[in-house]
Design a protein around this ligand. Sequence first.
Ligand SMILES: [Ca+2]
Length: 130
Amino acid sequence: YNASDLCVQHDGCTYHLVRHAVNFASAEMHCRRFQNGRLVSIHNYCQNQAVYRLTRKGCRALRVWIGGFELFKSYKFIWTDGSSWNYNNWVPGQPDNTANVEDCVEMNWHTRSKWNDHGCYNRKPFVCHY
Ligand SMILES: [Ca+2]
């Protein structure tokens, strides 16, 4: 982790943007290096905004992995930290599972602060919480 990483405190939790681009599984493993670290889970608008603010870069926003992924072929999404899936902020029309390979959740594709399912093998920056 280097000086280009960015952290904010929100509700007693640290949100940590890592700008190094890796696939979803590697991102989760990176987050687990922190005590109680996981890819971020998001449960309400305020948390979503806190994560989104971290990803803004001038007028643009980095596409980042967050901790959601589809439970194998179930059309149900869960969080890597095991918390309940009780909120979502999909881009309209998503998740669409394009080419049947999109099982992981990113933020900021197409519409800033909103979510898209995308292939887990893609490399992106990511946001951890701990
Ligand atoms: Ca998609």
